[in-house]
Design a protein around this ligand. Structure first.
Ligand code: PGA
Length: 248
């Protein structure tokens, strides 16, 4: 059995009160599996809930992180949050390049690459998201787009740093749509990505409408090391169901 990563991306959901409530429900169900070395659970929350998340997650021994960060340490960047600010509250993991950052907030590859470098230089772990839109897939450009996204992010990094990144293939058409990629589609891209990255044992997650009913098949594929879960990570039962489905 391979090690599985189950990361929840809360997006712009969960106040401090809701974060605490989530963990009340989650911890009672998670505890029985606490010593399972084969599974790493993590939760990524909005900035304002990170303090509460850190508190709850530390008690359970699970990974916790932010959903974004800026590459500069301080200065005139209104509305941004820096790496030292995250580090001060114990954050070691950051999602970067999520499709909502790329497409709603127009974050270009170069900006994401700078963030990846800054996060690695700070000794933290970036979860680098990449993936094609429906239009790009239908136009036959899936691999071209992903090559651009991946290469721009890892260009100039040492092999050691490339290995420290956790990669998350998230086809934009599968995010929040209820329509997951098939396990074959996801496997194909994850295997291709591993090849492009050039390091066999990098961690590659799949994200896009993962839920209890499709988790086992997706997570059983050779080149898929885990899931980045949006909608189904917002309720303890739904999140735990994914975990249980894989173990079943
Ligand atoms: P979803 O989101 O599980 O709601 O499709 C996944 C993601 O955006 O990380």
């Amino acid at each position: 059995m391979k090690k599985i990563y189950l990361y929840g991306n809360w997006k712009m959901n969960m106040t401090v009160a809701e974060t605490k409530k989530f963990f009340e429900g989650f911890s009672s169900q998670y505890q029985p599996y606490k010593n399972d070395a084969g599974l790493e659970v993590g939760v990524f929350a909005p900035f304002t809930s990170l303090w509460a998340l850190a508190d709850c997650a530390k008690n359970l021994g699970i990974v916790f992180g932010a959903e974004n960060v800026y590459s500069e340490d301080k200065g005139a960047f209104t509305g941004e949050v820096s790496i030292p600010m995250l580090q001060e509250i114990g954050i070691k993991y950051v999602i970067l390049g999520h499709s909502e950052r790329r497409h709603i907030f127009n974050e270009p590859d170069e900006m994401i690459a700078k963030k990846v470098k800054a996060v690695l230089a700070a000794g933290m772990t970036p979860i680098l998201c990449y993936g094609e839109t429906l239009e790009e897939r239908e136009g036959g450009n899936t691999f071209k787009v992903m090559e651009r996204q991946l290469k721009s992010a890892i260009d100039g990094l040492s092999a050691d740093d490339v290995k420290k990144i956790i990669y998350a293939y998230e086809p934009v058409w599968a995010i929040g749509t209820g329509k997951s990629a098939t396990s074959e589609q996801a496997q194909e891209v994850c295997a291709w990505s591993r090849n492009l990255i050039g390091i066999k044992d990098v961690v590659i997650l799949y994200g896009g409408s993962v839920k209890g009913s499709n988790a086992k098949e997706l997570l059983s594929m050779n080149d898929i090391d885990g899931a980045l879960v949006g909608g189904a990570s917002l309720k303890p039962d739904a999140f735990i169901e994914i975990y249980k489905a894989y173990k079943a």
